[in-house]
Design a binder for this molecule. Structure first.
Ligand SMILES: *Cc1c(COP(=O)(O)O)cnc(C)c1O
Length: 391
């Protein structure tokens, strides 16, 4: 059953059995690979349900299980599995359900490694793939075939933050027995819960907002018991891309502040987006929270999509982009996003044969992605202002 608890309860208490842990306010790190049993009968009983018992840490571990319960509750799904990376979570969620001869539909500009999985790896196993504009419901419907097994969504998607109508796509899929998977990393479960719109499987790069401190790489898939069991018996146990107990514990610590971090990030992002919108050297701001954004209506309907990660294009020359990024002082230049620190990531960093390579994903190479962190918004704006002045 979906967990009825409040956000505060989930982040601070859910799954933490303090009575059995001498009242420890913070849960212990069960840094152990295996668990001992007093009798054969007890061992047999535990081994029959490795998903829910402490038996061997590749299957389950008490520290990891607390995290599973919290993440499932945040997404209002029955259960969740935590992985050693977001990429492992996407791969497991897809590979658990597709087989030779199946067809998969994917949004046209997903996270880069999701694209590699779907475009390059699935065809190796006899799975055909269509990339569609997820914002175009008719296009999604037209791409469905008798063999379609799964629709892979990412709303908002990477870099251009395009949204999909999750409820409408889920309805289309359900009518045909097609599974839906949504990467919810950008919205976070605070701004959007895809399962509430009928999406079957919800995944996150836990590395980003959920952990929020840029000190762990992790992923999660949330869904109904039946689906989670299938992923567990298949890729989870077979490929073994698990999170360690220490990393799970760090994510539990990160989650304590999820609500306050998101509040701060959303407020700062709205202000910075507004500043960039008005700046004469900026050609376009990609930010679904903007009044001028073509997808504003969908964002409003979803109560959010006000993400920190926003890109802007221009100034339109490669040296200009370099000078802008090189002059940033508060923004660190690094990949990833969703941490405590504000980041700038110029797309034009991808160079091939001495030229900025823009079009692997059909994006302009004068795009700079900004991820807003927890610093003071005025200081961040001042930093952008001085760097733009040097271009
Ligand atoms: C980072 C990211 C991933 C991959 O997660 P890792 O934790 O880096 O493996 C997947 N989807 C989105 C949207 C991401 O930003």
């Amino acid at each position: 059953m979906a967990d009825p608890h409040t956000l505060s309860y989930i982040l601070n208490h859910l799954g933490e059995d303090r009575e059995s842990q001498r009242g420890a306010v913070t849960p212990p790190i069960f840094e152990t690979s295996n668990f001992a049993f007093p009798t054969v009968a007890a061992m047999r009983a535990a081994g029959q349900d490795e998903l829910n018992n402490a038996f061997y840490t590749r299957g389950n571990n008490p520290t990891v299980e607390i995290l599973r319960r919290k993440l499932a509750a945040l997404e209002r799904t029955e259960d969740a599995l935590v992985f050693g990376s977001g990429a492992a979570a996407v791969a497991a969620a897809v590979l658990a359900f597709v087989r030779q001869g199946d067809h998969v539909i994917c949004v046209q500009k997903p996270y880069a490694w999701t694209r590699v999985l779907v475009r390059d790896w699935l065809p190796r196993f006899g799975v055909t793939v269509s990339f569609v504009d997820g914002g175009d419901l008719a296009a999604v419907e037209a791409a469905l075939t008798e063999r379609t097994r799964m629709i892979v969504l990412e709303s908002p998607n990477s870099l251009t933050l395009e949204l999909q109508d999750l409820a409408a796509i889920a309805q289309l899929a359900k009518a045909r027995g097609v599974l839906t998977l949504c990467d919810n990393s950008y919205a976070s479960p605070l701004l959007q819960q895809p399962a509430a719109h009928g999406i079957d499987l919800v995944m996150h790069s836990v590395t980003k907002y959920l952990n929020g401190h840029s000190d762990v790489v992790a992923g999660v898939v949330c869904g109904a018991q039946t689906h989670i069991r299938e992923i567990f018996r298949g890729p989870y146990m077979t490929f073994g891309a698990i999170i360690g107990p220490l990393e799970a514990w760090l994510v539990l610590r990160g989650l304590r502040t999820l609500a306050v971090r998101m509040e701060r990030i959303c407020a700062s992002t709205a202000r910075i987006a507004d500043f960039l919108e008005r700046h004469p050297k900026i050609a376009r701001v990609y930010y679904p929270g903007n009044a001028s954004d073509p997808q504003r209506e969908l964002a409003g309907a979803d109560e959010g999509a006000r993400e920190s990660c926003r890109s802007k294009s221009g100034p339109p020359t490669w040296p200009g982009i370099e000078r802008f990024c090189d002059n940033l002082k508060m923004f660190l230049m690094a990949v990833s996003w969703g941490g405590h620190e504000s980041l700038a990531w110029p797309l034009a960093v991808v160079i091939k044969d001495g030229k900025a390579e823009s079009n692997r994903t059909g994006l302009p190479w004068n795009l700079v992605r900004l991820s807003i962190g927890l610093e003071d918004a005025d200081e961040l704006i001042a930093d952008l202002q001085q760097a733009l002045a040097r271009v």
